[in-house]
Design a protein around this ligand. Structure first.
Ligand SMILES: CC(C)(COP(=O)(O)OP(=O)(O)OC[C@H]1O[C@@H](n2cnc3c(N)ncnc32)[C@H](O)[C@@H]1OP(=O)(O)O)[C@@H](O)C(=O)NCCC(=O)NCCS
Length: 309
């Protein structure tokens, strides 16, 4: 590695640098405060796993590692999502990012991470292949249109509408909130799934979100241009229609032009949705175990578990 290039931990004070790196790589603005919130996993007692490469004081590449507590048959495990892989175009294809990723994975293993998971795009997929990730079936997405004034979509381009949409969404979701917690819908089956502690749910409040009662089923939702369904506990219900009715009404009132689900395939929710709607192939799911006894094949993810939710 060239002497002027250093690898550093992504601490709070480096979030403006990360935001400027992301703006150049992903070609849209990023808010340092939002990134600070996203990378704040101090409630787990573990943080600072993400790494950045800097040339002098200029950020040139990053690797996000976001730890999350998981349960599997009453056993506690520490999983970590690998995300936000980014390198400036001028340093790509040089192996610089590859070394940063290798170092970040090693540090996370040393700090007690039991397994990694990732939902990458094609470019990151290739980078992760080189580090031994194996691939589970892709997530299955369902986008169900909602007839409304598409305030959430318009708000993406017009700051004034953005503030209006945020305030409408926060008000409606706060009025509908029934709890600060929800049990992961996969936990009852003994699957490897995220432990939805209250502090975890609290840490995800980067957008207006709430746990609501959707026609008798607990639903964790967040409002953006779509009403995104973080999890829907449909375990005890046979008919999704009342839940979907409530979610549609809420989306209409908030100005979200669709309901958006992202499901692990062959789960009860995915099966129920695919009976009624045409889904689409969504992100691939990569896994890498750090201990031989972790059954990564049992991983069941919800939309809410992802860094983008
Ligand atoms: C994803 C991303 C960070 C990967 O960075 P990268 O530079 O392309 O990847 P690496 O650092 O792993 O470089 C590896 C490539 O350099 C080559 N290379 C050259 N010299 C090398 C060296 N000394 N050591 C290792 N690889 C070397 C490798 O052969 C490999 O090429 P290949 O993919 O054709 O086999 C980068 O493509 C990126 O920023 N993309 C845009 C942002 C994005 O979409 N991120 C994903 C969000 S999920």
């Amino acid at each position: 590695m060239a002497e002027h290039i250093r690898h550093v931990a992504l601490t709070d004070e480096r979030m403006p640098a990360l935001a400027s790196l992301f703006s150049r790589v992903f070609k849209r603005p990023f808010d340092p405060e939002d990134l600070r919130h996203k990378y704040d996993t101090s409630f787990l007692g573990i943080g600072g796993l993400a790494r950045m490469a800097v040339d002098g004081d200029q950020p040139i590449a990053s690797t996000g590692i976001l730890p999350q507590r998981f349960t599997s048959n009453n056993q506690q495990l520490l999983g970590a999502q690998v995300c936000d892989l980014a390198a400036l175009p001028e340093v790509r294809g040089t192996g610089l990012h590859d070394r940063l990723l290798a170092e970040a994975l090693n540090i996370a293993r040393e700090r007690g991470v039991d397994f990694f998971f990732t939902l990458p795009n094609d470019q990151a997929h290739r980078a992760l292949d080189r580090h031994g990730f194996s691939w589970l079936p892709r997530m299955r997405g369902f986008k169900i249109p909602v007839a409304t004034v598409p305030l959430g979509r318009l708000a993406r381009r017009i700051p004034l509408l953005h503030r209006l949409h945020l305030s409408i969404a926060s008000k409606i979701l706060n009025q509908s909130r029934v709890s600060d917690g929800i049990r992961n819908s996969h936990a009852a089956n003994g699957a490897l799934c995220v432990d939805y502690s209250r502090s975890y749910l609290h840490s995800k409040r980067r957008r207006p979100s709430a746990v609501i009662n959707a026609g008798g089923a607990a639903a964790w939702v967040a409002a953006d241009s779509a009403l995104e369904i973080g999890d829907l506990d449909s375990t005890g219900i046979d008919d999704l229609a009342p839940a979907l009715g409530t979610l549609m009404r809420m989306a209409r009132n908030i100005g979200c032009s669709s309901l958006l689900f992202q499901c692990t395939v062959k789960t009860k929710l995915e099966r129920a949705l695919s009976h009624q709607f045409t889904g689409f192939d969504s992100w691939p799911v990569g896994v890498l175990r750090c201990r031989p006894d972790v059954t990564v094949e049992d991983l069941r993810l919800n939309f809410g578990d992802l860094d983008t939710f």
